[in-house]
Design a protein around this ligand. Structure first.
Ligand code: 5GP
Length: 193
């Protein structure tokens, strides 16, 4: 997606060879025009896939996910990051190690918001090693539902996330694919959408 790539080129900052900072339009301040365009682009790709719900991981996936859900006319569900296990039986939980923080959390989904006949689109801001997205797929599977695909705003194509998700049988579609990061350097390879 050209618009996202241009925004990353002009406002993104490579903090190291592995971390890209996009606080000015995705992670801290949010650009609603960009998010709305992302919603339209994703909805036009996924519109015929029978999606019944859009899932995302709090908090940076929420903005693009809500615009996409609005375009598709379906609800959006936020997978919550809890610090500890909830011991009641009405949630699904799975442990995730955070790429950026190195800490772990319990990704949590209330059983009220997933049904076995759901067809789920998972959206997240970044794909690095695939921990967060793989956790989301585990929760959908615990609910007995099906994944239609995984949509990512910024994939770091030099990390193993895509391979991991594809090896598990999931289709990944990224709006921007970064092939290389370094001090002051951001290189792209061709994106999916
Ligand atoms: P993964 O779970 O694929 O290893 O990492 C993806 C998650 O880590 C995303 O949800 C995102 O929050 C965070 N993340 C990974 N890499 C980056 C990065 O380069 N920049 C930012 N801002 N977040 C990242």
């Amino acid at each position: 997606m050209k618009l996202l790539e241009e925004k990353i080129r002009s406002e993104g900052k490579a903090l190291s060879e592995t971390v890209l900072k996009v606080d000015g339009f995705i992670n801290h301040q949010v650009d609603p025009v960009l998010m709305s365009e992302i919603g339209k682009t994703l909805a036009s790709y996924y519109k015929d896939k029978g999606i019944t719900k859009v899932f995302t991981i709090e908090s940076s996936g929420i903005a693009p996910a809500v615009y996409t859900a609005m375009e598709l006319g379906v609800p959006m569900v936020i997978l919550k990051k809890q610090t500890s296990k909830i011991l009641t039986g009405d949630v699904f939980q799975t442990n995730i190690t955070s790429f950026t923080k190195g800490t772990s959390y319990e990704l949590t989904l209330s059983q009220n918001y997933i049904q076995p006949d759901d067809v789920v689109l998972v959206i997240d801001d970044f794909l690095a090693n695939g921990e967060a997205a793989t956790g989301a797929t585990r929760l959908v599977e615990m609910g007995g539902a099906r994944i239609a695909g995984i949509a990512i705003l910024i994939e770091k194509a030099f990390q193993r996330g895509r391979k991991r998700l594809e090896d598990n049988g999931y289709e990944v579609r990224s709006l921007a694919r970064v092939s290389k990061l370094g001090r002051g350097l951001i290189e792209f390879t061709e994106a999916d959408l």
